[in-house]
Design a protein around this ligand. Structure first.
Ligand code: ATP
Ligand code: MG
Length: 528
């Protein structure tokens, strides 16, 4: 039978280029190539080995006609036989020697080999080997017939590597965008959102799948704008000019659930070579914390200056009156005025102590001085003090008979009681009974203060323990206070490994009950 090798070769090459364009993976394409190469020259088996881009060693990438368990016998072939352009004949004796060795080891009956480098530009990306068995000989033009196959294989490898590199780079960029701590969004030329990362979902409350495909304005509806322009206005005013600076927009946004978030967005245009904008990349920062800090600073300054000024001006007023030369003050008036001065000085000291305490908490230098504490005694001291300051409030204090001694910081716990009871008084403007109740549990003692006051609205519940937070009601405005009391109270209780919470009064009486628990001494638990 006469074979027209050229027809056969053309058929094989056609099959290979079909495989190449059909987006098969590299392994599949190489397997097709090695098989076609072997069949074309009536060989017995074949191998394609590729150079590893990292360590430049040859590795087997596809085989034909060799059982998998024998592949390792071909390793010596791949080692130490460098290809040199134009000097292939020099390799022949060594190749023949290796083949003999291989035939002994693997018993595959392979006797002869041709190898061809796969060249991409100047570099060798791999080698094709075709083997012959028994006493068969390759045709003399076998090597030149195979040349085309080696070239095709080189193209396939090159394409596959480029494709892999592009995919890897895209995945890397996607991951960077997705994981970025800043919000990142990409808009197309029609201001449609095409990328919306995780951080941005967290900030805006929009899920990526809901935001992508919408226009910018559907997602970013500003409730208030801090900068002069938003994106629309800037675009209407001709932004971006060629080489334009990015646009910065800051404002308050409503999340889908209605909650506010302060955002700062930097829009950077991407221009094509005709200076047309193709995309906008937007970097988004959550400024809520920063704004809150700013607000807090403002509150701090106004609250503190007000709270400091009041006692100072009272002291100054009384002292000035007492000093007037023309006046002779009867001793009881003198006493009364001096008492006021003393009281106001105490208030100043308290306030300064609170501020110091708050700053210690912030700087982490807050430390308890613990010792034996018997809460019923502290409560009696505090209520006795407050009883003398109010005519419209009464106190009921109830403790079980054997209330245990606990370990705690007496001065700080007194501060806790002071604040809870002064709040109970301040925020019960119509007077009434304030009930302080102690109770004992297995591992904790509980103490609660109930007042018949104005209560705390549900939506303010989260704010109450924050620094300088005073609820905005007529009463807060009329009464004095820095809004530090509950912040410190909570910190002190938690420093004792306790907890504090509050709720409405039991059995529906109007007013509020604050309760805190503190861990019991292990010794007192054993006595139970
Ligand atoms: P300070 O204690 O620093 O003098 P303050 O009493 O205003 O000032 P907090 O004790 O921290 O501050 O309380 C914060 C806010 O919580 C108060 O301004 C008040 O609006 C509200 N509040 C606290 N206790 C009660 C209560 N028992 N009933 C109603 N509202 C309360
Ligand atoms: Mg208070």
């Amino acid at each position: 039978m006469l074979l027209d090798y050229r027809v056969l070769e053309r058929e094989y090459l056609l099959a290979i280029s079909r495989a190449l364009t059909a987006e098969l993976d590299l392994g599949d394409v190489l397997r097709i190539i090695v098989r076609a190469a072997v069949e074309l020259v009536s060989g017995q088996a074949g191998i394609i080995a590729l150079t590893d881009p990292v360590d430049e060693k040859f590795r087997v990438a596809a085989v034909y006609g060799i059982p998998p368990e024998h592949i390792r016998h071909f390793e010596p072939l791949l080692r130490g036989l460098p290809y040199r352009e134009g000097a292939e004949h020099e390799a022949v004796p060594e190749l023949t020697r290796q083949m003999t060795e291989l035939a002994l080891e693997a018993d595959l009956g392979l006797t002869q080999a041709i190898r061809l480098p796969m060249l991409s530009g100047d570099s060798v990306v791999g080698m094709i080997y075709v083997f012959q068995s028994g006493s068969y000989r390759f045709r003399s033009d076998a090597a030149s017939l195979l040349r085309n196959f080696a070239d095709q294989a080189a193209i396939a490898v090159k394409n596959a590597r480029l494709y892999e590199a592009v995919i890897a780079e895209k995945q890397r960029l996607d991951a960077i965008l997705e994981q970025s701590a800043d919000g990142v969004m990409i808009l197309d030329a029609h201001l449609q959102i095409t990328v919306f990362n995780k951080a941005l979902s967290r900030m805006t409350g929009w899920r990526a799948q809901d935001a992508i495909g919408r226009t910018h304005d559907e997602v970013f509806r500003w409730a208030r704008l801090e900068t002069e322009m938003d994106l629309d206005l800037a675009l209407a005013n001709g932004w971006p000019l060629p080489h334009a600076a990015p646009l910065y927009v800051e404002g308050l946004l409503r999340r889908p659930d209605g909650s506010p978030v302060s955002l700062g967005i930097t829009y950077a245009p991407l221009m094509d070579s005709n200076n047309r904008m193709t995309d906008i990349i937007a970097n988004v920062r959550d400024l809520t914390r920063y704004r809150e800090e700013q607000e807090l600073q403002k509150t701090f300054i106004s609250v503190v200056s007000h709270e400091l000024k009041t006692p100072v001006s009272i002291i100054k007023g009384y002292a000035g009156t007492l000093r007037r030369d023309e006046a002779e003050w009867p001793p009881e008036v003198l006493n009364e005025y001096l008492a006021v001065i003393e009281e106001e000085a105490d208030r100043l000291t308290d306030l300064i102590d609170q501020l110091l305490e708050a700053s210690r908490l912030q700087s982490g230098t807050f430390q308890l001085e613990t010792g034996d504490v018997w809460l019923p005694e502290l409560v009696h001291n505090v209520t006795r003090k407050f009883s003398s300051q109010t005519d419209i409030h009464t106190f009921r204090v109830q403790f079980p008979d054997s209330f245990p001694i606990i370990q705690g910081d007496e001065r700080r716990l007194t501060q806790v009681l002071n604040n809870l009871i002064s709040n109970a008084i301040k925020y019960s403007p119509d007077g009434g009974e304030i009930v302080v109740t102690g109770s004992v549990q297995r591992e904790h003692v509980l103490l609660s203060v109930s007042d018949p006051g104005i209560g705390i609205p549900e939506h303010q519940k989260d704010r109450i323990f924050q620094k300088f937070s005073r609820l905005d009601n007529a009463l807060s405005r009329r009464t004095e206070g820095t809004g530090l009391g509950l912040y410190l109270t909570k910190a002190i209780v938690e420093a004792h490994d306790g907890r504090i919470w509050f709720g409405e009064n039991e059995n529906g009486r109007p007013g509020t009950t604050f309760t805190f628990c503190l861990p019991r001494d292990e010794r007192s638990q054993e006595e139970d």
